[in-house]
Design a protein. Sequence first.
Length: 150
Amino acid sequence: MRLHKLVVVVSAALFVVSVVMGSYVIRWLAVLFLGVFLGAFLFGLEMRVARPRLKRRTSVKRKTDVDRAVTLISRAKTGKVARSLIEESIIHIYATLSDDYNSTYRSLLSEPNKALKALRSEGDFLDNLEKALEIVEADLNEGGGNTRER
């Protein structure tokens, strides 16, 4: 209640200055200050509108690549979209190693190699993924990155 009395007193003083003073500039300045003051009171205190707070340090928690891979693999146990993302990652590995990225990518989509066949085979997905990664690792160690089934 004490704050309301202060607002009334300051508003009344600014109103009197805006009406009584003889100088045109001083009257309009008083009117502007009165408008700003009453607007700040109305929207800031009376309505209790949340004002945005400026934080000095805004920290964003970012996931590492390992966390993303773990999340993708855990979702791939049950979801088809995550499985297709893992398949595309394997295709991307082979296509990157080849001389012609686009043709290798398209050919692996239509004619899968041993790693993709092992990944798509029936059974436990994690076991299939482990077999497929071992095949990819063997292909990488051979240095060929052979995209066709041998």
